[in-house]
Design a protein around this ligand. Sequence first.
Ligand SMILES: *Cc1c(COP(=O)(O)O)cnc(C)c1O
Length: 426
Amino acid sequence: MSQPLKPETICVQGGWQPKKGEPRVLPIYQSTTFKYETTEQMARLFDLQESGYFYTRLQNPTNDAVAAKIAELEGGVAAMLTSSGQAANFYAVFNICQAGDHFVCSSAIYGGTFNLFGVTMKKLGIEVTYVEPDASEEEIGAAFRPNTKLLFGESISNPSNVVLDIEKFARIAHTHGVPLIIDNTFPTPINCRPFEWGADIVVHSTTKYMDGHATAVGGCIVDSGNFDWEAQAEKYPGLCTPDESYHGLTYTKDFGRGAYITKATAQLMRDLGSIQSPQNAFLLNIGLETLHLRMKQHCANALRIAEYLEKDERVAWVNYCDLPDNTYHTLAQKYMPHGSCGVIAFGLKGGRQRSIRFMDSLKLITIVTHVADARSCVLHPASSTHRQLTDEQLIAAGVQPDLIRMSVGIENVDDLLNDIRQALDA
Ligand SMILES: *Cc1c(COP(=O)(O)O)cnc(C)c1O
């Protein structure tokens, strides 16, 4: 086809193009193993001299079809599915960092990622420095060291709704000769495509909007193929020098723009597992088929509710970047002009206790530890997902103690507004 396909078409048809007589719908390859005719054929796979499936801990055809769809949506060259968003973030960093290395990260990120980077990866000898995402290029640049290997941020942060200046972050990363990794979970590639603004690698918790029905935990890593590892060869020996565990092949030389994902599959999946189950990949693919329709509805509903909350005098503050008076509205207009996502953060006058009473009074909108699925829900991060953080860390992550995170679903918005009204009255 001469014209590149539009996102809506990729959502529905990307990744799986059956040949004559094959199933129209992507099948679940519920098999741990794959058959070959000769020992020699199998040996070539183990040496990465040929691509093919041999064991589902490393690769599975159902997963690869879904990963290909997500890669196409993001405009990347290669992708892999992981068992969770946490696994995706861990692999994305660990693929190019080892003990003694350092990376720089926006402080406005998901609580689980904050712990993974600051606590668990520290135990592996990898150190992170958190920076204010709105700080100047000079201030953020000052956090870099000779052993810094990457810069990381969330396109829209969970749950503080900070919109990242992706171009600024890409400039800082590239000035220091490292890639920019963006967690693009909240806007999804339907609303924001970080590669177009200079990001090098994108990660997702597919558990959220991509799945969209709260059925399967999963993650994804997408590589743009644009970062020139060879130009920084001394920084990335894992990619640019021979891998003795594969008879001395060198990922950048043997796989070109596919080097980063090939290494993550061949080394990290081989050694650590954490692959998405084919069953979950199948569910994820069904979710992706309607992603474009759902994101529109999430955004339209969320904007109506944010406007309503902003006008109610019992509401202390509302943070939703599609509101014109929001601090991040200009950045949102630039990076996601058709809408951001369905997640609103707000607080009620009367603080933490009042916010909790409001949440307990909601009927249609339920309290769950989740965001970004078809059903509307609320969460109080300070007493749940961000419980481990001190008050100081909470503020640094942009999470006020009274913050209510409302994930607006795709129900009829008038029903949602009625529920909010009765809970405010309660
Ligand atoms: C949920 C989430 C994660 C973690 O993903 P899981 O699938 O829950 O492991 C990472 N980043 C962001 C932005 C998230 O919202």
